[in-house]
Design a protein around this ligand. Structure first.
Ligand SMILES: Nc1ncnc2c1ncn2[C@@H]1O[C@H](COP(=O)(O)OP(=O)(O)OP(=O)(O)O)[C@@H](O)[C@H]1O
Ligand SMILES: [Mg+2]
Length: 265
C-alpha cells in the first residue's frame, strides 16, 4: 500500500485550476520527486496535501486513510510534515533553540501537557531529542550559533532539523536545494539519503535536476496543474513531452534534464 495517494486532487483559485485532477502515489521508503515548470502547481499540491488549503475536490489518502480537508496540526501529528519554499527559522535564536522549540511544539501538539512547565523529565526528553537531531544533522558544533548567522546551506539543514522535531514519517520538501553551491548541494543530497535510510519517506519538489535525478527512484511531472508524466529518472529524462513542457516554460534545468547522465554539462 502506498504511504500517500492523491485521487483526482483539484484546487481552484477563482478561474485558475492550480491543481487539476491529480492522481499519484508515493511508496513508503521512497525518495519521490514532484517536478514541473514554474507555476505547474507543485507548491499548491503540497499545500493541499498538508492541509494548508482544502481541496476543491478529490482526496488525499495517507496510510490508507482519507485526510482530505483535515487541519495541518492533525495531519502533522500523524507524521506528515512539510518544509516551506525558503527558510522559516527563528533567526535571532541559536541553532539549539530552534530545534528545541520545534521539539516543545511537537510535544504540545501530541498533547503531552506541561512540557515547558515544572516537569523536568519532559524537559530533559526534549533536550535529549534536540541533541540527537543536531547530531544527526552534524550541527552539534554549531549549536550555540545564531541561526541567522549560519551559511545558507546550513540554514537549510537546520530548517530540516526543525521539521524532524515533529517525528515525520513523510517529509514534503519544497525546493531545499535553491541557491546552494555545488558543495552545499552535495551535502544536502547526502542528508536527504540519510533521512530516507533512517526511515523517513521523502516527497521532493525541486528545480535542481541534478539533485532530482540523482536522488529520486520515481518522479511525477506536473504541467499546468495536471499530471504530465510519471516514471524513473531515465524515463522522465527521455520523455519528449516533459522536455517540451520545460522548453515551453523558462527552460529551468533543461540541460540537466536532457543530459545523458543527468548531470548538467
Ligand atoms: N493562494 C493563491 N491564490 C491564487 N493563486 C495562487 C495561489 N497559490 C498559487 N496560485 C497560482 O497557482 C498556480 C500554481 O502555483 P504553485 O505555486 O503551486 O506553482 P509551483 O509549481 O510551485 O511553481 P514554482 O516552481 O514557481 O514554485 C500559479 O499560477 C499560481 O499563481
Ligand atoms: Mg513552488
Amino acid at each position: 500500500m502506498a504511504l500517500l495517494e492523491t485521487r483526482n486532487l483539484t484546487r481552484r483559485f477563482g478561474g485558475l485550476l492550480a491543481v487539476n485532477e491529480l492522481s499519484f502515489s508515493v511508496e513508503a521508503g521512497a525518495i519521490h520527486g514532484l517536478i514541473g515548470p514554474n507555476g505547474a502547481g507543485k507548491t499548491t499540491t503540497f499545500n493541499v496535501i498538508s492541509g494548508f488549503y482544502a481541496p476543491t475536490s478529490g482526496q488525499v489518502f495517507y496510510q490508507g486513510q482519507d485526510i482530505s480537508g483535515q487541519k495541518t496540526a492533525a495531519i502533522a501529528a500523524r507524521g506528515l510534515v512539510r518544509t516551506f519554499q525558503g527558510t522559516t527559522l527563528v533567526t535571532p535564536f541559536t541553532v539549539f533553540e530552534n530545534v528545541l522549540l520545534g521539539c516543545h511544539l511537537q510535544a504540545r501538539a501530541s498533547l503531552v501537557a506541561g512540557v515547558l512547565g515544572s516537569d523536568r523529565a519532559k524537559r530533559r526528553a526534549a533536550t535529549e531529542k534536540t541533541e540527537r537531531i543536531l547530531e544527526f544533522f552534524h550541527l552539534t558544533d554549531r549549536r550555540e550559533e545564531t541561526a541567522g548567522n549560519l551559511p545558507h546551506g546550513l540554514q537549510r539543514a537546520l530548517g530540516m532539523a526543525v521539521a524532524m522535531a515533529a517525528d515525520p514519517k513523510l517529509l514534503l520538501l519544497d525546493e531545499p536545494f535553491t541557491g546552494m553551491n555545488p558543495e552545499e548541494t552535495r551535502q544536502m543530497m547526502e542528508l536527504v539519503r540519510r533521512l530516507r535510510d533512517d526511515g523517513v519517506t521523502i516527497l521532493l519538489v525541486e528545480h535542481d535536476m541534478q539533485a532530482v535525478m540523482g536522488l529520486c527512484e520515481r518522479i511525477t511531472v506536473m504541467n499546468f496543474g495536471s499530471l504530465l508524466a510519471e516514471g524513473t529518472p531515465e524515463e522522465i529524462r527521455g520523455n519528449p513531452e516533459v522536455v517540451r513542457a520545460y522548453l515551453g516554460a523558462a527552460d529551468f534545468g533543461l540541460d540537466a534534464l536532457m543530459a545523458e547522465d543527468g548531470h548538467a554539462a
